[in-house]
Ligand binder design. Structure first.
Ligand SMILES: Cc1cc2nc3c(=O)[nH]c(=O)nc-3n(C[C@H](O)[C@H](O)[C@H](O)COP(=O)(O)OP(=O)(O)OC[C@H]3O[C@@H](n4cnc5c(N)ncnc54)[C@H](O)[C@@H]3O)c2cc1C
Length: 504
C-alpha cells in the first residue's frame, strides 16, 4: 500500500523527495501519552531502567557503577523477568573458554554466520559490537558475582562453543540475584511491583517516567535517560493477535509481565516499530502436553514424522529444524494448520530411547486436551478425527511411504535416515500448536541503543535494550550462535547506560 502511494507521486518528485514522502507516509503519528497523570511524588534521577531482567540488571549495575543516580522499576513482585529462566550467555575469547579447552571459533566466522543466514538484511555492526565486547562483558559479570559452571559448549545445536553455562543452569540464582545485590550495593534503587505506565515527554524528548505504586498512586521520576528493558510483548494476547497469531492453543513459557509496555511507550514517543520484521523464541508443541516431557520433545521436534497441512498435503522436509531449531516453527507457521503423523512402529522406536514414551502417548490420546490428539486403526479414521479429507490423506501417506522405501525424498529432500514408512497401525495424529517464549526485537535502535524514528533520528532521552530492541536477527531466532540473545542483553544494557552517563 505504502509502495503504491509512493509510485503515484513519482513523476513530480526528485529521488530524494520520493524517499522522504514514502517515509513520511509510513511514519506513525507521535501521539504522546494518551493519559495525563497527577503524581503524588516527583523524584529527580539520572537514569531510569524499565524492567529488572537480563538486560535491565546490566544497565542498572553499569549506570550505578558509573556514579549515576539510578532507578530500576519492575512490574512484577520479584526482580528478574525471563532472565530468571536463562541458562547461559554467549562470549568469545574468555578464560573459561580457554580453560574448557574448546576449539575457539574466529571472530570473522561468528560475524559472518547470521549475516549470511539473513541474506545480509541485518546490520552486522550490532554483531561486531556484541562479539567484540563479549569477553569483557563476561569478565564484568563474573566480577559482579555472577556464577558460571565452567562448562562452555555449543548448547547441543551444532553452533559454536561459546555458550557459557551458569552454575545452576538457572539464571535466577546464578545471574539475577547477585546482580540485584550488586546494584543495591552500588546505590541503585530497585522498586518492584511498580510498573512504568508512561514516559514523561517534554518538547519531543523523553525526560522521565510515570510509574504506578501498588496502592494506585503515581510517581514521576525525571531522568537524563530512560532505558526500556521490558522484555517484549509475548504475554500480550491483543498485540500477538494483531501480528497475525491465533493464540487459542498457544502457551507462553516465559514469566508474566511481558505486555509490550516498552514498545507501546516507545512508539508513542516517536520510535519506529519494527516488530513485524523481528522474531520470537518459539517452538511447535501440542497443546496440553507438558512441553518438557521427553515424550513431548521426541514427538514435537519433527524428524521421523510426516507433517501435513489443513488440506492433508505434506508441505516440507520435517527435519528442517535439525540445524536451526527455529526453522521448525517457521515451517509450521507457513500453514493455516499443521498436523504430525506417526505409526506404532515409530512409537516403539521412540520408546527405545525416550523414557516413558508409550505410557505418555496413551495418556495424551486419552486426554486429547484441545481437540488435537487422536489415535486410529486406519488412515481414513485418523483423517475423520482430525477433520481432514480422507482420500487426500491416504494419497499423501502412500506417496510418503513410497519415498521412504525408495530411500530418496524426491519431494522435500528429507534425509533418508529420517524417512520411515508409516504402515503399522494404530496411527497417531497431533496438531502442531505454538509455544512462545519471548518476542525478540521491536523497537528500532541505532548502534548506541537509542530508540530511533523512521528517519533514523534518535528520540532524545530514550534507549531500548535486551529483547525490547534487539537487532541481531530478523524473522528467525537462529541459535547458530547460541546464547547470543543474552550476549546482546548484557551488551546493550551496558552500552546504553554508558552512553547516558557519558553525557551527565
Ligand atoms: C525461559 C527462557 C529461557 C531463556 N534462556 C536463554 C538463554 O539461556 N540464553 C539466551 O541467550 N537467551 C535465553 N532466552 C531469551 C532471552 O535472552 C531472555 O528472554 C531474556 O530474559 C531477555 O532479557 P530482557 O531483559 O529483554 O527481558 P526480561 O529478562 O524478561 O526482563 C524484562 C523485565 O521487564 C519487566 N517489565 C515489563 N514491563 C514493565 C513495565 N511497564 N515496568 C516495569 N517493568 C516491566 C518484566 O516484568 C521483566 O521482569 C530465554 C528466554 C526464556 C523465556
Amino acid at each position: 500500500m505504502g509502495g503504491a502511494a509512493a509510485l503515484v507521486g513519482l513523476a513530480a518528485c526528485s529521488p530524494n523527495d520520493q524517499n522522504s514522502s514514502a517515509k513520511d507516509s509510513a511514519k506513525p503519528e507521535t501521539a504522546g501519552n494518551a493519559k495525563t497523570y497527577e503524581p503524588t511524588e516527583v523524584i529527580d534521577a539520572d537514569v531510569v531502567v524499565v524492567g529488572s531482567g537480563s538486560s535491565g540488571m546490566c544497565a542498572t549495575v553499569q549506570a550505578a557503577e558509573l556514579g549515576a543516580k539510578t532507578y530500576c522499576l519492575e512490574k512484577n513482585a520479584e526482580v528478574g523477568g525471563n532472565g530468571r529462566g536463562t541458562e547461559g550467555i554467549f562470549a568469545l575469547g574468555t578464560s573459561a573458554q580457554r580453560d574448557a579447552g574448546v576449539q575457539i571459533p574466529t571472530f570473522r566466522e561468528i560475524i559472518a554466520t547470521d549475516a549470511e543466514f539473513f541474506n545480509y538484511r541485518i546490520n552486522s555492526l550490532f554483531w561486531v559490537d556484541m562479539v567484540s565486547n563479549s569477553a569483557d562483558n563476561w569478565e564484568w559479570l563474573v566480577g559482579n558475582g555472577v556464577k558460571f559452571s565452567g562448562v562452555v559448549d555449543n548448547y547441543g545445536v551444532g553452533g559454536v562453543p561459546c555458550f557459557h553455562w551458569f552454575v545452576d543452569a538457572n539464571g535466577g540464582d546464578s545471574y539475577i540475584e547477585p546482580m540485584a545485590a550488586k546494584a543495591e550495593e552500588l546505590g541503585a534503587t530497585i522498586m518492584t511491583s511498580t510498573p512504568v505506565v508512561d514516559l514523561v515527554i517534554t518538547d519531543g524528548a523523553v525526560t522521565g517516567v510515570y510509574a504506578e505504586r501498588e496502592d494506585g498512586s503515581v510517581i514521576q521520576i525525571n531522568a537524563k535517560g530512560v532505558i526500556l528493558a521490558s522484555g517484549g510483548y509475548a504475554n500480550n494476547v491483543e498485540m500477538m493477535e494483531a501480528r497475525g497469531y491465533d493464540m487459542t492453543y498457544t502457551i507462553n513459557q516465559g514469566r508474566p509481565g511481558h505486555d509490550g509496555d516498552g514498545l507501546r511507550m516507545a512508539v508513542a514517543a516517536g520510535a519506529q516499530d519494527v516488530s513485524l520484521e523481528r522474531c520470537f523464541l518459539r517452538d511447535p508443541y501440542t497443546y496440553g502436553l507438558n512441553f518438557f516431557l521427553p515424550f513431548s520433545f521426541a514427538v514435537c521436534r519433527g524428524g521421523p514424522m510426516m507433517w501435513v497441512n489443513q488440506d492433508a498435503e505434506r508441505y516440507v522436509n520435517e527435519a528442517c529444524g535439525s540445524v536451526t531449531p527455529g526453522n521448525n516453527s517457521n515451517a509450521v507457521h507457513t500453514q493455516k494448520v499443521s498436523w504430525l503423523i506417526f505409526d506404532q512402529a515409530q512409537a516403539e522406536r521412540f520408546a527405545e530411547t525416550t523414557e516413558n514414551f508409550l505410557a505418555d502417548l496413551a495418556d495424551a490420546v486419552a486426554q486429547c486436551p484441545g481437540d488435537n490428539i487422536y489415535q486410529a486403526d486406519t488412515i481414513e479414521a485418523l483423517a475423520g478425527a482430525a477433520k481432514l479429507d480422507p482420500a487426500t490423506l491416504k494419497a499423501t501417506l502412500e506417496r510418503y511411504n513410497e519415498l521412504a522405501k525408495s530411500g530418496v525424498d524426491e519431494d522435500f529432500n528429507k534425509p533418508a535416515e529420517k524417512m520411515f514408512p508409516l504402515e503399522t497401525p494404530p496411527y497417531y495424529i497431533f496438531r502442531q500448536d505454538m509455544s512462545f517464549w519471548t518476542s525478540i526485537g521491536g523497537i528500532h535502535t541505532n548502534r548506541k541503543f537509542q530508540a530511533v524514528d523512521v528517519d533514523g533520528n534518535p528520540v532524545p532521552g530514550l534507549y531500548a535494550v535486551g529483547t525490547d530492541g534487539c537487532e541481531l536477527y530478523r524473522e528467525t531466532y537462529t541459535m547458530n550462535i547460541p546464547a547470543s540473545c543474552q550476549g546482546n542483553n548484557c551488551n546493550s544494557g551496558r552500552m546504553a547506560a554508558k552512553e547516558i552517563c557519558a553525557a551527565l
